[in-house]
Design a protein around this ligand. Sequence first.
Ligand code: AMP
Ligand code: ZN
Length: 117
Amino acid sequence: MKNNCIFCQIIEGQAPSEIVFENERVIVFKDHLPRSPIHLLVCPKTHYSDFLNTPPEEVTYLFKVCHALADKLKVESGFRLMINNGALAGQIVFHLHIHFISRVKELGAEKLDLVIK
Ligand code: AMP
Ligand code: ZN
């Protein structure tokens, strides 16, 4: 937990968020300024500042979560994954996250029961 990190605060339940999935390793919540009908942020529960400072096996796990999201949401016809690394790329929250974005459908309020393989 990094005290001044908004995503660590969300993970600790100290800041509001709309969580759609979490387990011991990862949390997935809705972006509060969505740029698409589905705009989720996939974050490790461990604080890593950015992609370049994250162990590759953790990045691999996050992409497995993205795969499970695509399966569960049935958005195989169109979705985007994005990581901004560094301020000049537009990174504003320095806790690693993958944007999972799709305009194929709206997302409901329900939690997702993901199967991560
Ligand atoms: P970036 O660091 O540019 O990859 O993107 C950070 C994303 O986090 C932006 O799309 C913000 O809208 C989103 N964001 C920032 N604070 C919160 C928050 N408290 N809850 C949900 N999403 C957030
Ligand atoms: Zn953090």
